[in-house]
Design a binder for this molecule. Structure first.
Ligand code: ACO
Length: 380
């Protein structure tokens, strides 16, 4: 048996084209496009539900389609009682991302179309998943605090409902719009790690819930979605803008990985950062917490000077979520509440034109050698 083949190898699959997609394009020069529409224009003019429809269906909805889509999401929000009971059984210190991953997995058998991978059934499941991921986050969080979940307010959008289901208060319009914009920014990002995990799972012809469960597990890590929770710990530690440069220099001297910086694709800046930065600035003024954006800007300038690395969206998402009064443990789940639209769109695309994703590895273990075990065949 020969093990000496040396196929082209790129550690971490850097630069590898692992598939085709019509859904999203990340421009290394700080751009991002959903199905041909510039994210900057979408963030300003569209709503999250419109973007989710676009990602799933390939074109913007008509007004009638939009209204129906919103109603379908609102109607699908409630979780089965058994899933709520399961959330109550989890230890109180369970991380919300673990609650979410477990919840998505448990939802699978409750979906009557679980194993129907047709395009139409997958779209219907996507709507149910988009609705229920948010509810898993909000209900799970209340349960972890020993509180009962709140009943749904179907007239609220995804963004409004997220606030309402956490504390029972309908937020002001400006806050809902801000959250809507954040959801638009996070909705998709082509072959990022969690989406790729979803596509690998879907490529075995496993169902959409299995794929989204894989994606949730992958998003949790601090090199991916988990960075927005970790960034807040860093900002809390820094506290004031005048401490930011020294903090960064010390961390770099210790060769630390700084959360919220660097990106596999973007080399001239993350397309989403300018919008998230402005949301942070606006929010800072509204809530009287204007220190966070200047801290981030100081960190950005220092990192640019020292390592030529750019901030990614999670640097600014962290203080934005804090100023919106979400506990840091919900930062990554809120990311998931939006990204589930992208994950589902990619599963639909994968199932519609499937080929098993199964790369090779480069074997670096010992050469073939004779077996000299102490107990052949387990005898004795
Ligand atoms: N802090 C310090 N140094 C860094 C950072 C960072 N955040 N990111 C990259 N570098 C350095 C690396 O140490 C490496 O230096 P070297 O060449 O001297 O060894 C160089 O920059 C290249 O970095 P890689 O790790 O090879 O970049 P890669 O593409 O593999 O990783 C990643 C990208 C994981 C995002 C990385 O930049 C990182 O760990 N960032 C921090 C975590 C983070 O913010 N993740 C969120 C990503 S965005 C998102 O998921 C929404």
């Amino acid at each position: 048996m020969s093990t000496d083949t040396k196929p082209a190898y790129s550690p971490g699959l850097a630069g590898v084209i692992a598939g085709e997609t019509e859904i999203c394009w990340v421009d290394p020069d700080a751009g991002l496009m959903y199905r041909g529409y510039d994210i900057h224009e979408m963030a300003e003019k569209a709503s999250f539900e419109e973007v989710a429809f676009l990602l799933l269906n390939g074109q913007l909805p008509t007004m009638a389609e939009f209204q129906r889509f919103k109603m379908e999401i609102a109607a699908a929000r409630t979780l089965p009682k058994q899933v709520l009971d399961m959330l109550r059984l989890l230890p109180k210190n369970t991380h919300p991302m673990d609650m979410l991953r477990t919840g998505v997995s448990m939802l699978a058998p409750f979906d009557p179309e679980l194993n129907d991978h047709s395009h139409a059934a997958n779209i219907r499941k996507a709507i149910r998943l988009i609705a229920k991921v948010s509810t898993l986050i909000t209900d799970g969080y209340r349960i972890s605090l020993g509180l009962d979940p709140l009943s749904e307010k179907p007239d609220l959008t995804m963004a409004g409902n997220l606030f309402y289901k956490l504390n029972g208060e309908v937020p002001p319009t400006w806050k809902i719009r801000m959250m809507d914009t954040i959801f638009i920014l996070y909705a998709d990002h082509e072959y990022n790690a969690s989406t790729f995990a979803a596509r690998v799972t879907a490529s075995t012809l496993a169902d959409m819930y299995a794929a989204v469960t894989s994606a949730c597990g992958t998003l949790k890590g601090p090199l991916h979605g988990g960075a927005n929770e970790e960034s807040m710990k860093m900002l809390d530690d820094i506290k004031t803008p005048d401490r930011a440069e020294k903090w960064m220099m010390d961390a770099l001297a210790q060769k630390a990985k700084i959360m919220g910086f660097g990106h596999r694709v973007y080399k001239k800046g993350d397309s989403r950062v300018p919008i998230m930065r402005e949301i942070g600035r606006d929010l800072g003024k509204r809530v009287g917490k204007e220190q966070w954006v200047p801290i981030c800007e100081k960190l950005e300038a220092t990192m640019e000077r020292e390592k030529k690395l750019c901030a990614n969206v999670d640097l600014y998402a962290a203080p934005v979520f804090t100023m919106l009064e979400f506990p840091p443990a919900l930062n990554t789940p809120i990311f998931a509440a939006s990204r589930v639209a992208g994950w589902c769109a990619h599963v639909v695309e994968q199932h519609d034109n499937n080929r098993l994703i199964r790369p090779r590895s480069l074997y670096t273990g010992p050469a073939m050698r004779p077996y000299k075990g102490i107990s052949p065949n387990g005898a004795k």
